[in-house]
Design a protein around this ligand. Structure first.
Ligand SMILES: *Cc1c(COP(=O)(O)O)cnc(C)c1O
Length: 470
């Protein structure tokens, strides 16, 4: 029997010189693709039939050389996605990722730290905790506020519900929702982000528990209707547990009356959550943060860095003024886990166990740009939308939403084709990407500034594409 171990698998662990060469190749090829994307079509141009044939060719029996494999993959992404990195993607809240956050992915990938515990990753865990405190402070939460990075807003909102249930009924942790005296009720507006339906389903609270409160004609939760609904449910023997106000609705970028909702939550002893997944970035701007007044009253907050903070995907935040509730909700004993008494272990305070170093994306970006850099970034997006709005109004369009954030719900001039047809036509042209949405029951064309480098020429091109389609 040989003394030697078999050699490492070279396809997985190539020699150092090859790695360096491939790293350079990636840097070069990605930069080139990025430049071509910005000049080309926003929408996918891939021949899907051909792509599927090529994909089927990967039977995983014959190993492929890595270099052509990387080139093939970049080409499929260059042609096979709607490009968030295109300056005329005026789409959903998906950003072109800022450069520091891309560096973060590379660094995190290279070290691949395990952020489950502070014992194995003392420095990363502290970096994330420091950053969460800074954002919490910016939102006006007390110094003891804490939280963590999540995969996104959905996980953060789910965490809010788990915290609400845990705090409102001590027996919930052992007995589940049966521990409550009656059917539960969770409140948000009818303009809420629809992941709430999945959240109440998953949490065992049930979809019927979700109360979609009417809006005020401008996409904001009607506080009087909310107060009425909570009181009515109580009288009927239901158990209200959570109010989630939205600060920056998905459809129209509207902000619910945060202080009034907080007041109602306080009166009834409910957990008060503010879902600022997208709009939370406005906190960076002294000019815009006043729009979120009342956010400081929240028991918990959702803010996605992968939206208006423009980090790479999969970077949300959950922040709470009650860290002890998180520790109660996610407590577990695992003697095999390394730990560090000075610091909070993420696996003991969050939904995830194995955890990527997500927070580095926002850390590098915020450290490099500062609050002022992010202030300029969000104010610029608002300015882009102001310009789009002024041009469309001049072409006879009207505007349905009265948002001061970077989303426009536009209505074409009378006698136009339907919004769906206009959107299809603009997308088919490849000149820009815009969305269809409903705002207060009305079909609208939704334009959102998501790219930090959109120029006035891009605004003109968008408006030209829209006016050509009506
Ligand atoms: C995007 C969004 C969510 C969902 O967040 P993900 O990061 O996509 O999981 C929830 N609420 C609001 C208001 C959002 O804009």
């Amino acid at each position: 029997m040989s003394e030697e171990l078999p050699p490492p698998v070279p396809a997985l662990f190539p020699a150092r010189e090859l790695r360096v060469r491939l790293d350079d190749l990636l840097t070069r090829e990605l930069a080139g693709a990025g430049e071509r994307v910005a000049r080309g079509s926003v929408t996918p141009t891939l021949d899907m039939a051909r792509f599927r044939r090529e994909l089927a060719g990967f039977d995983f029996h014959t190993p492929c050389p890595i270099e052509p494999l990387l080139e093939w993959t970049i080409a499929q992404l260059e042609h096979g996605v709607t490009h968030m990195t295109h300056p005329r993607y005026f789409g959903l809240f998906n950003p072109a990722a800022g450069f520091p956050s891309q560096c973060a992915d590379r660094i995190a990938g290279a070290f691949n730290p395990q952020l489950a515990s502070s014992g194995s990753s003392p420095a990363p865990v502290e970096i994330e905790a420091h950053l969460i405190r800074a954002i919490a402070q910016r939102a006006g939460l007390p110094a003891e506020a804490s939280g963590h990075f999540t995969t996104g807003g959905s996980e953060a909102n789910y965490t809010a519900l788990v915290c609400a249930l845990t705090r409102s009924e001590p027996r919930y942790s052992d007995e589940g929702v049966r521990a409550f005296a009656g059917p539960l009720a969770v409140y948000t507006s009818c303009e809420c982000q629809p992941a709430w339906f999945k959240i109440v389903h998953q949490a065992g609270v049930g979809r019927a528990a979700l109360r979609l409160i009417a809006t005020d004609g401008q996409g904001r939760m009607d506080a009087r209707a909310l107060a009425h609904s909570v009181a009515h449910d109580r009288k009927q023997g239901r158990v209200p547990v959570l109010i989630s106000a939205t600060a920056g609705t998905t459809g129209g970028g509207m902000v619910d009356p945060l202080a009034s909702c907080a007041q109602i939550a306080r009166e009834h002893g409910l957990w008060y959550h503010v879902d600022a997944a997208w709009g939370g970035a406005a906190l960076c701007s002294d000019r815009l943060r006043g729009l979120l007044a009342g956010i400081e009253l929240a028991d918990s907050l959702t803010i996605d860095a992968h939206k208006w903070f423009a980090t790479t995907m999969g970077c949300g935040m959950f922040i709470t003024r009650h860290p002890a509730v998180l520790s109660e909700a996610f407590r577990v004993r695992a003697d095999f886990m390394p730990s560090n008494a000075q610091s909070l272990d993420p696996y003991l305070n969050t939904l995830q166990w194995s955890r990527r170093f997500m927070g580095l994306r926002l850390f590098l970006a915020l450290a490099a740009a500062g609050w002022q850099g992010y202030a300029a970034h969000v104010e610029r997006a608002v300015e882009v939308i102001e310009r789009v709005k002024a041009r469309l109004l001049a072409h006879g369009w009207s505007v349905a939403n009265d948002s001061r954030l970077a989303v426009l719900c536009a209505v074409p001039p009378p006698g136009h084709p339907g919004v769906g047809d206009i959107v299809r036509c603009v997308r088919a042209s490849g000149r820009a990407w815009v969305a269809c949405a409903t705002f207060e029951g009305r079909e609208v064309l939704r334009v959102c500034a998501t790219h930090g480098e959109t120029s006035l020429a891009d605004v003109d091109e968008l408006v030209a594409a829209l006016t050509a389609a009506v």
